[in-house]
Design a protein around this ligand. Structure first.
Ligand SMILES: C[S@@+](CC[C@H](N)C(=O)[O-])C[C@H]1O[C@@H](n2cnc3c(N)ncnc32)[C@H](O)[C@@H]1O
Length: 332
């Protein structure tokens, strides 16, 4: 079977992503309080640190999804594998959890294509190389696309003739606020055909203390992850953030229904960002939000699916009901 990696982040596509990035930073730093979207952190090194997060025993979103796939891999197979199919994963990262499903499909001799899409070039390249080293003699073909979600989906659509099953795992949807999440799942639906499936990972609302400990590990990986954003801004936009002058903490915000991570400037300082041609003032202990992870209830998930043109097929839970992978069918 074939294993390919394509970097679609070149020319105008790359320029437009770079413009979006700069624009998001500028807007976020001008907000009061300052607030940057989580997706900015994911360059290659950001993806690597995120992999470390998924290995933390206390980070339940990842541990629950590993458990869900181990427990329900046959149920997933029964739903998806009725007709020839293609698995498209949005924001695949290291794809570790997905391996459980892919391996199960392979063991069942199912012929299918796996298309991981991720903005991180390093993560996508490593994932394709890993899958080739492990599954080269199998029933699976792999095409990794380093690009934005929707550029990737439109590329895949050009080669449509299989039933698509789109995965959006790891509670990445929680990084969006509700209106943006609804717009996102609507856009995904527009890119798909009637009868295609999506499977989305949602972290469910639970005891705030459990949420607090999931996002505040004792080994400092979350702090490293969030502070890495400053390295990304220095590298991509010529900023002069000094990481040592910031600290990080996560907390559950009951009004936002989300765990929010903040980095705090430990002193008064001014940072210049060459690519924006601007300077930004930080007061002593001024917070800047760097992560937003919305926690869903099941009724919100139902509304999200139904308002966006999907039929809910199945909810797959972990043993604690902390997390759900929700499978929806596209209705047109
Ligand atoms: C929270 S991580 C989840 C990774 C993996 N799905 C998991 O469950 O462990 C989000 C992933 O989405 C990718 N990502 C973020 N924004 C993206 C975009 N606009 N297009 C494609 N990938 C994106 C990041 O690079 C990162 O790998």
């Amino acid at each position: 079977m074939s294993f390919h990696y394509h970097n679609l982040r070149s020319g105008t596509a790359a320029a437009s992503v770079d413009d979006q990035f700069a624009q998001a930073v500028r807007e976020g730093l001008l907000r009061e309080p300052k607030r940057l979207p989580s997706w900015l952190i994911f360059d290659d090194q950001g993806s690597e640190i995120f992999t470390e997060i998924t290995q933390l025993a206390g980070y339940h979103p990842a541990q629950c999804e590993f458990e869900i796939f181990q427990t329900h891999k046959q149920a997933v197979t029964d739903i998806f594998a009725k007709t020839p199919f293609r698995v498209i994963e949005l924001g695949a990262g290291d794809g570790r959890k997905t391996h459980i499903l892919l391996e199960h499909f392979i063991q069942n001799q199912l012929h299918f294509e796996y298309v991981p899409i991720d903005i991180s070039e390093g993560a996508t390249q490593n994932l394709v190389a890993f899958l080739e080293s492990r599954f080269s003699q199998s029933t699976m073909s792999v095409t990794g696309l380093a690009t934005d979600y929707f550029d990737g989906l439109s590329t895949v659509k050009e080669h449509a003739n299989l039933r698509n099953m789109v995965l959006f795992l790891g509670s990445t949807i929680g990084n969006m606020e509700l209106p943006a999440a609804e717009q996102f799942v609507r856009n995904v639906r527009e890119s798909l055909n009637e009868g295609d499936y999506v499977m989305i990972g949602f972290d469910l609302m639970k005891h705030p203390k459990t949420l607090y400990s999931a996002y505040n590990d004792s080994t400092g990986v979350f702090e490293r992850f969030n502070l890495h954003l400053l390295d990304v801004l220095n590298q991509k936009l010529g900023a002069n953030f000094v990481k040592d002058y910031y600290v990080q903490q996560g907390q559950y915000n009951p009004r936002a229904h989300a765990v929010e991570s903040f980095i705090y400037s430990t002193r008064e300082q001014v940072v210049s960002i060459d690519a924006l041609g601007e300077k930004f003032h930080f007061g002593a202990w001024e917070p800047m939000q760097t992560e937003h992870s919305y926690k869903y209830t099941l009724s919100e998930i139902t509304l999200l699916a139904e308002n966006s043109g999907y039929r809910i097929v199945k909810h797959l839970f972990d043993g604690n009901n902390y997390f759900v992978d929700s499978i929806w069918e596209v209705k047109k």
